[in-house]
Structures are given as C-alpha cells and as structure tokens.
Design a binder for this molecule. Structure first.
Ligand code: BES
Ligand code: MN
Ligand code: ZN
Length: 498
C-alpha cells in the first residue's frame, strides 16, 4: 500500500473516501465537526437517526454529503472520548481499513488521529495507522486461492495532517511505519507457511534473498558439516531426527561504523516441532509450524533495518531445524555436549528450542556483541503465565529490562518481565550432566530462561519468550509478526531516531 500525507481542510479533501471519528453519544471529533459545518450540519443530522452511536470499531458509510469534496464519508466509532487510547485508535483504524476493503473506494484519507489518543503523539499515531493498516490488508494466499479478495483493494491511504509544520514528523512516522510493517508482513508470511514449504532451507533461502536485495546486508548459511566443525552438539542432536538438513543462518547488516559493536538478534527457527520422541499430543500440533516465529521475527527485523538504513551494526542468527521422532532422534536420557563444552541431559526431547539456541548463543560471542536478544517460542508455560497478550521478558540486566519493556510499550507490542533469580537454577541440575534440558513442571518458562542464561554470561543478554504472542489460534488463526515492532522500536531508539 502507498501512504501519503496531506494538510488542508477536511471538507475540501478530494478523495474517494474521507474517514472521520465519532465518539460515543454521537460526539464529533475535530475534523468531523469541520465537515459537519461545511455540510451545514448534515452530518450531525444524519447521526441523529441513531445508526452509529460511536462504539469503538463500529462504522457507517455516508454518500453525497453536500459541501464536501470527498465521494464518501466513513464514520468510525472511537469509543468514549475520555477513554480514547492507542488500543481504541488502532481498533478504529483497523475497522476502517477492513470496511474500505469491501468497497470500491480503492483509496482513502484518514483523519482519526485528531484528537490524539491518550499517551501518544502525532508520530506514534501516524506510525500506528501505517502499521495497523498494513496488518489488516495482509492476506495469506500462497496455498489457497483468495476467493474473498477485495474487488478494489485499498492501494493508497492518505494521512490527513492538521498542521503543515508537522510535515517532517509525519514523514518520519510514515517511513518508520512502512519499514516496520514490511518486517511484520515478512515474519507473518514465513510463520503462516506450512512446515513442508517453510523448511530450514527455505528460511535460509529467504534470508539469502534479502542479502541479494540490500547492499548493507550479507547473508551466510552454515550447513551441518560446518556446525559439526564448530562442535554444535546440542543443535545437531535435534537436527538428527529430521530429514531436512539444519541450517545456521547468519545475517550481517552493516549500517554503523565498522568498529561499532553489533547488536545480535538470535531467533528460534524450529520449522516444525512434533516434540521428537517425547511426542506432542495430536490436538493443535499443526500450530507447531509456528515454532520458527522467533527466527522469522529476526529476519523481519533485519528487513526493517535494511529498509530504514539504520546506522547500527546488526547481526541476525537463526538456528533452523525440525524436531521429529525418528530412529536417529534424541532419546530421553541422552546426553549431548554443547558448543560451550557444557553437557546436557535431555530429559524431554520436546524441550528442543533451548538446545538449538544454546549453541547459537555460544556462537554469538565471537561478534563481541553490545547486546544479544533472543526471540523464541520457547515454552507453553509462558503462555500459561502471561496469556497471549504479552511476551515474557527474561534478563539479569535491569537497565536492559527497562529499555525493552519501554520499547514494547512504545511499539504497542508489549513484553513483561519475569524473574530469573538463581533460586530457580537448581531445578535443572542433574546427576549425569552439567544441566538437564527441563526443570519439571513448576516455573517452566523461567527454568527454560535459566538454561539459556548458562550460555550468555559473557555479554548483555535478554530473552523474549514469544510462545503466546507470535500467532493467534482459532478462526483467525495466523502469525502476528510479533515482536518485530518491539525490536524495530528498540533499534530506532538506540539510533536516536525516535
Ligand atoms: N515450541 C514449544 C513451546 C510451545 C508450546 C510454544 C506450545 C507455543 C505453544 C517448545 O519446544 C516445547 O515443546 N516446550 C515444552 C517444554 C517442556 C517439555 C519442558 C513445553 O512448553 O511444553
Ligand atoms: Mn518442543
Ligand atoms: Zn519448540
């Protein structure tokens, strides 16, 4: 979709559709009021018929309003005026875009950000509009004919700007939003692809393709032989149960000074997790195609960085494998040696994410990173603890925790800190190896993070358990692209661009 910015009187906007907000009890927003007076009170008159009260997300399309240049007026409910926040605003934008997709308008002018929602500024509001709109128009079509494809898809969205002097802010919001949205869309698409298409090799090819598209991005893919040479015994033990060769995808984005220490993003790229010999139950097992969403988000965040040309050095590390039952697969009780030299007793082969991540985390040391963040659909326990609304954040570093939580808040892509105290470490002690790969039922998300913490002592590190947020289940099943927005926000902040 194309985005534009335009100032000027709302009533004079020549557009197939002008989108205006209405608060509850039919209270007009500023731009709607202007249109109302331009039409001699026609707008409020029509509202008196009672077809739209202003409940968040409700819509009403009007045609042929006198004194108004727009062909259509789309009224969107924005809820109670005093409760107007980012969530209701996003809901209103999403509702408008969804409705526009059903019309022949094809383009529209959006004026839902006046007044600004609570705790937000013009930059965030406009960026939100871009990200939300792109999120709504995304459709999965790779393996299914899109029978409900819009007849006249929304191809251009103009963001109405109340004051000309905000032009620069608006342009920045638009550029940032577009790049974020591109990263999110890529992460969603990779997540939604089935395990038999989106294999480790496919993930690697996708990354390689990006490397060809952007000069600042160099992509390198290590095969199993190279990983064996590096003694990545934990990662390779998971891959042994699969006929798909594992890959270690390395994406080097060089946007900063050559000597600047890089930020390293590590993403779990488990393209299908059947659990291995500790086989998962059949119900909803299809959703384990989403077990590579951490890796997809790393690839998406790198795309966003490339599109923005961020002045930072960034490295994406995606260990990619399947986890399947097989004669060569890990067995409960097996002991493997990780690249770090630490031995691991595999008590449950379904706790494979930490096995592929620990070697990727050890490998990351060689980059002398300023910071390492890993993204992983790591534990069902995290979903039990936090639900599907927020990612679990684990780090021993208080300043980093604050920084990441803040970025999540700003991006509308939240993370919530969980404890990583030493008290929990004993749960993964075992008589037979340096550690076990599970710590029992209690605090499963925390003991998984404890496991990773044993491989990340040499640098600043945070772990995001995205098992709850990476996709939604049910009728609307699909990947969300989270936490690409959070990560991109963090990068923008580190670059001093927001
Ligand atoms: N990929 C799963 C985690 C997962 C499960 C994410 C359900 C989202 C929804 C991970 O590999 C896994 O299986 N974890 C186990 C760990 C356990 C065996 C210690 C889990 O969470 O059950
Ligand atoms: Mn598993
Ligand atoms: Zn898994």
């Amino acid at each position: 979709m194309e985005f534009k910015i335009k100032t000027g009187e709302p009533a004079r906007q020549k557009t197939p559709c002008l989108v205006l907000g209405v608060f509850e009890k039919r209270k007009l927003t500023g731009p709607a009021e202007q249109v109302d007076s331009a039409s001699d009170g026609r707008l409020s008159e029509l509202l008196k018929k009672g077809d739209l009260e202003g409940e968040a997300g409700r819509t009403l399309m009007l045609y042929d309003l006198p004194g108004v240049a727009a062909e259509r007026i789309l009224l969107v409910g924005c809820g109670k005026k005093k409760d107007y926040n980012r969530a209701t605003y996003r809901k209103a934008v999403a509702a408008a875009v969804a409705l526009l997709q059903q019309t022949r308008a094809g383009e529209a002018t959006l004026a839902l950000h006046a007044p600004l929602p609570d705790k937000t500024d013009l930059y965030l509001a406009l960026r939100d509009a871009v990200v939300t709109a792109e999120d709504r128009v995304y459709r999965y079509t790779r393996t299914k004919e899109d029978k409900q494809a819009p007849k006249a898809p929304l191809t251009r969205l103009t963001l109405w700007l109340p004051r000309k002097q905000d032009q620069e802010t608006a342009e920045r919001a638009l550029a940032h939003g577009t790049a974020m949205a591109a990263g999110i869309a890529l992460a969603k698409e990779l997540g939604n692809l089935p395990g038999n298409i989106c294999t480790p090799t496919y993930l690697a090819e996708t990354a390689t393709g990006l490397g060809e598209r952007f000069d600042a991005l160099e992509v390198e893919v290590l095969d199993e032989d190279a990983m064996a040479e590096l003694k990545m015994g934990a990662l390779l033990s998971v891959a042994r149960g699969s006929r798909q060769p594992a890959k270690l995808i390395l994406m080097h984005y060089r946007g900063g000074k050559p000597e600047a220490r890089p930020i390293v993003l590590v993403g779990k790229g488990l393209t299908f997790d059947a659990g291995g010999i500790s086989l998962k139950p059949a119900a909803e097992m299809d959703e384990m195609k989403y077990d590579m969403c951490g890796g997809a988000s790393v690839i998406g965040a790198l795309l966003a960085a490339c599109e923005l040309g961020l002045p930072v050095n960034l490295i994406g590390v995606v260990p990619a494998s399947e986890n399947l039952p097989d004669g060569a697969a890990n067995k409960p009780g097996d002991i493997v040696t990780s690249m770090s030299g630490q031995t691991i007793e595999i008590l449950n082969t379904d706790a494979e994410g930490r096995l592929i991540l620990c070697d990727a985390l050890t490998y990351s040391k060689r980059f002398d990173p300023a910071l390492v963040i890993d993204l992983a659909t790591l534990t069902g326990a995290c979903v039990v603890a936090l639900g599907k609304h927020t990612a679990g954040l684990f780090t021993p570093d208080d300043a980093l925790a604050t920084e990441i939580m803040r970025a999540g808040e700003q991006a509308g892509d939240r993370a919530w800190r969980m404890p990583l105290w030493d008290d929990y470490q004993a749960q993964i002690d075992t008589n037979f190896a340096d550690m076990a790969n599970t710590g029992g039922r209690d605090a499963g998300a925390i003991t998984a993070a404890c496991f990773l913490s044993r491989y990340t002592k040499d640098y600043r590190w945070a772990h995001l358990d995205i098992a709850g947020v990476a996709w939604v289940s049910g009728k609307e099943k699909g990947a969300t692209g989270r936490p690409v927005a959070l990560v991109t926000q963090l990068l923008l902040e580190r670059c001093g661009l927001v």
